[in-house]
Ligand binder design. Structure first.
Ligand code: NAD
Length: 268
């Protein structure tokens, strides 16, 4: 049994995680965290689920820190996520954390890495099984096609409400591509004249936004005469929520350290 608290509980992901965690006999929701402006609209997680469940919704994580084993972080604020991790690192009990929040700056990522020396943390911009398999397939394709004349482009599309661009998943795909190909020059969109055509030593990223698209990512390897496209399409937020719950179960009682979903899903 793992006792969880969910940060960003009133958001799209927070509500989905609450619904699925409530159906899981091995998980107990003990608290929800929200920003101070929203926290007062619901006083318990039960009010979100429409049932009797007396897990409080608070805006200050320290009020409930003794209740949970693992904090699932899906607030849309990198600042909030980081302040929650700082609290866990300062706590003697070394609770675990599964972070789904995206949009961290390099400085923030460096701090997460440092704090994870004291706390077991799963950090994953995309917690779905399919996307993590996509990461692995992209890694293999990039390795196989390296220096063989294939241009690489990354295209992603998300709903109109998304706050960061490109998506955290696209950033991770680019990191994998940079690592495997050695290409470091990344451009975001294209506009203007290209008298020499497309430079071969660049990776281009395109972030489309609109409607209610849950999340789509394609990596294109385009050569002369053929093209390989690896695509993942998310049809429901449930896939991320299920992954987040799996991550919470996995990270409980793990030694301190920074892990990702490839560790949780044993895809390394
Ligand atoms: P959302 O806007 O629907 O919900 C975010 C919630 O966080 C809101 O209810 C907001 O009030 C709350 N929040 C803001 N400040 C807070 C604070 N200080 N403490 C606690 N809660 C706070 O967004 P969403 O679609 O649910 O996505 C949330 C985050 O998760 C985004 O960063 C998104 O990119 C990311 N995401 C990750 C994955 C993944 O698999 N890792 C999947 C989907 C979304």
């Amino acid at each position: 049994m793992v006792k969880i608290a969910i940060s960003g509980i009133l958001g799209r992901m927070g509500r989905t995680i609450a619904r699925l965690a409530d159906e899981d006999p091995n998980v107990e929701i003990v608290a929800g965290i929200e920003n101070p402006d929203c926290a007062h609209s619901h006083s318990t997680v039960g009010e979100i689920l429409g049932k009797e469940l007396n897990a409080p919704i608070v805006s200050d994580l320290s009020e409930v820190i003794d209740k949970f084993d693992v904090l699932i972080e899906f607030s849309n604020s990198t600042e909030a996520a980081l302040s929650h991790l700082r609290l866990l690192a300062a706590d003697k009990n070394k609770k675990g954390m599964a972070i789904g929040t995206t949009g961290f700056s390099q400085d923030e990522l460096n701090e997460i890495k440092e704090l994870a020396k004291d706390v077991p943390v799963v950090l994953a911009p995309n917690m779905s099984i399919g996307v993590n398999l996509l990461f692995k397939l992209v890694q293999e394709a990039a390795r196989a096609l390296k220096d063989k004349g294939y241009d690489i482009e990354v295209v992603e599309m998300h709903h109109r409400f998304k706050k960061d661009a490109p998506s955290g998943t696209a950033v991770k795909l680019v990191d994998i591509l940079k690592e495997e190909t050695g290409i470091q020059n990344v451009v975001y969109g294209r506009h203007g004249d290209y008298p020499e055509g497309r430079p071969k030593d660049e990776i281009a990223v395109f972030a489309l936004r609109g409607g209610d698209v849950v999340g789509e990512h394609t990596v294109i390897f385009a050569g002369l005469g053929e093209r390989i496209e690896l695509t993942h399409k998310a049809g429901s937020r449930d896939i991320f929520a299920k992954g987040a719950i799996e991550a919470a179960k996995w990270v409980k009682d793990k030694p301190a350290g920074l892990y990702d979903m490839m560790d949780v899903l044993d895809l390394k």
